[in-house]
Design a protein around this ligand. Structure first.
Ligand code: FAD
Length: 373
């Protein structure tokens, strides 16, 4: 399996080459390249080999995600969306739905996931999109916001109200009634294909309803988001590694006052902080992935912790890296400038830092706040 991970990382590196800055500036990753990576199973690495995937465990998929994020957070965002779509289908689909949809996601088709709505951002319980039965068909109506990768997607995994609970449904992006509107000039992850999506009386076969029945909304969104959080956390490790490399290389070569700036102790302190941040985020992500791979009950909270630590460390470290490069990092085209913009968004998505802190506080109260220890 180590060989398979090494090959996967090498394939991603060779596909990205030196194009990440151009994709960031143009706001677009070529779709054929995404299809190529998708059909090699690299956009949803944890899908089972029997379904065309790589069958990576969470730790291996995490390293693949970090390796992608180190090169290009836009591509990593597409990977997160594809992986979250595959995970949602895996967790909630019937066996025949897994056989129908997952080989498409490991065969080059691309997917996006829609939770957020105009009135439902942090508070997903406010979701109003409806998935209704109409004879032997389904009717979907609603508006989804900021769907990453929707610009490239063939399939949209959409969450909504269904009967007395909630459900997720697979919507072909070209179904009548689907309108996809790209978001212009996002702050970061500029080539991740973010879009607002309207669904008006979208008619689908009943078989597109994952699991075929209503589920509690919190269960549905928490399960799907868990994959997204894990993926974003590892993506942040990638951002941290990119910042650490860029800052140390620059500091070792840029001379001021007759010596490399790395020899000025305040700059050296920045480099130490970057290393600490990268190591901290890596270890917390490794712990969370071990929980996933062991099926531990701590998986959910370890994932929230990984996302929180990863996002906060990446945002702070990217600012530090820009400080080390100064004018050399203060322009589009500089790795650290891109990291600075991309990392900020990591504190907003898959549960903002505030929401993650609330979940962590709840956990702290439950485990440490009752005088049992
Ligand atoms: P709001 O919910 O309005 O929050 C605004 C601020 O208030 C935040 O700081 C928040 O933390 C804080 N806040 C809210 N409630 C509380 C509280 N109870 N306690 C303390 N603070 C609180 N959505 C998808 O469905 N699919 C995607 O693929 C997707 N990709 C995205 C990619 C990017 C780059 C971005 C920016 C967004 C994406 N989103 C996606 C939407 C994202 O999930 C939401 O932006 C996020 O959930 C926050 O919602 P909001 O922007 O409406 O902020």
């Amino acid at each position: 399996m180590a060989d398979r991970l090494a090959t996967a990382l090498a394939t991603v590196r060779s596909a990205v080459g030196d194009q990440a800055e151009r994709w960031d500036l143009t706001g677009l990753i070529p779709r054929p390249l995404l299809r190529e990576l998708g059909s090699a199973g690299l956009l949803c690495g944890q899908v089972a080999e029997t379904l065309g995937g790589l069958g990576l465990n969470s730790l291996e998929n995490g390293e693949l995600t970090a390796g992608t994020g180190e090169l290009c957070s836009s591509l990593r965002s597409v990977q997160t969306s594809q992986g979250m779509a595959a995970w949602t289908i895996t967790r909630f689909g019937l066996p025949e739905q897994l056989r129908a949809w997952l080989p498409r996601l490991t065969g080059g088709e691309l997917a996006a996931v829609g939770f957020s709505e105009p009135g439902a951002g942090s508070d997903l319980a406010a979701m109003v999109t409806t998935i209704r039965r109409d004879g032997d068909q389904l009717l979907v109506d609603g508006r989804k916001k900021w769907m990453t990768a929707a610009r490239y997607a063939d399939l949209l995994v959409v969450f909504g109200r269904h009967e007395d609970g909630a459900a997720a449904v697979v919507v072909p992006a070209d179904a009548p009634g689907v309108r996809i509107q790209p978001i212009s000039d996002p702050l970061g992850c500029r080539a991740a294909g973010h879009c607002d999506v309207e669904l008006e009386a979208v008619r689908l076969p009943a078989g597109n309803l994952l699991g075929g029945a209503a589920l509690p909304l919190p269960l549905l969104v928490t399960t799907a988001l868990a994959y997204g959080r894990m993926s974003v956390a590892w993506g942040c490790v990638g951002i941290l590694r990119a910042c650490l490399t860029a800052a140390t290389r620059h500091a070792a070569t840029r001379q001021q006052f007759g010596v490399p700036i790395s020899q000025h102790q305040l700059t050296a302190g920045h480099l130490a902080d970057l290393l600490v941040a990268e190591q901290l985020a890596t270890r917390v992500c490794e712990h969370a992935s071990h929980c996933w791979d062991a099926g531990s009950a701590d998986q959910v909270i370890a994932t929230v912790l990984a996302k929180q630590v990863g996002a906060e460390q990446a945002a702070r470290a990217a600012a530090t890296a820009v400080q080390v490069l100064a004018s050399a990092g203060a322009q589009d085209g500089a790795v650290v400038a891109r990291a600075y913009r991309d990392a900020k968004l990591m504190e907003i998505i898959e549960g903002s830092s505030e929401l993650c802190r609330l979940l962590l506080a709840e956990h702290a109260l439950a485990t440490h706040g009752r005088g049992e220890r």
